[in-house]
Write a protein that binds this ligand. Sequence first.
Ligand code: ZN
Length: 354
Amino acid sequence: MSLRSTIIRAGLRGIELTRADLWLRPVARGAGVILMFHHVRPFRGDGFAPNRLLEITPEFLDTVITLVRDSGFEIIPIDLLAERLRGSGARPVGGKPFAVLTFDDGYRDNAEYALPVLRRHQAPATFFVTTGYAEGEARLWWLELEAAIRRLDRIALKMADGTARYDTKDAQQKQAAFDSIYWKLRAGDEEALLAHIATLARMADIDGRALTRDLCMRWPELAAVAADPLITIGAHTLTHPMLAKHSDDRARCEIADSRTGIEARLGMPVRHFAYPVGDPGSAGPRDFALAREAGFETAVTTRPGHVFPGHADHLHALPRVSVNGLHQNRAAMRSLLSGVPFMLWNKGRRLNVA
Ligand SMILES: [Zn+2]
């Protein structure tokens, strides 16, 4: 477990013990919350699973939806978000906060496992689709890295500052290597990241394209999902780059062309966008402006936080609350819905858009 997730777990536990979620909620809870999910699938066992934070079980999705509604949130389709936010200043005291459910990347398990749960609850949701994944071409590099480290017993990675060597025999060594390589590469240039991970994948005989085709919905599957009135399809770029690291032209093309691409393939308007990776190093003010320029009504980051009335002026930099696979319990969820952890983590900055 990483230091960061240990701190998060301790923080959530502290909030639960002091019941701060109850007594701070009136000031900490926003007009609403946008929840972020990735994979939804049955638990696949313990061991080396460095991307586990990006997956929850169908049972936990069921628990989350129940808890969201029991906590007083109204689950609304993303098409109502902007309007609801503009009107939220005038929301009567005691009026219901809203919740928007979003699933990133277009994984096949979203159709197989999440959609039945959403239907059972009649809960609307948005699937943010990367067109390159639907084509079976773009790379899920963080999963390639996981698959390569799982298979290799030792790794030597030639980087600009010398060769990094890792023993990767047991789960603990593999986790340490993943954390080190992941953060080293993510901090740098994206072309270098993709090249290094391609090298590791080749050494481990991992076929990245097969991984994408195995995990992501293709266009006919997306068309079937999009036909469900509960589901809104949003855009998530062409190839899932960390936009802020690329030129204006590349970023503009990734944002705008993913919209027109999905509209052409599915024959429906696309009004909402999610920034890949979505932290400040991956999506900044330039990218917020490009999403607005491309005609999106809203765009969501992965900056953590609730949504406040002031976000009506920042509809292309909306924060989300990640439903983290490492914390699949009611207490953690109650804390997140209270808004209290974000008040602490964001040091009182409610909008978190700078
Ligand atoms: Zn994504």
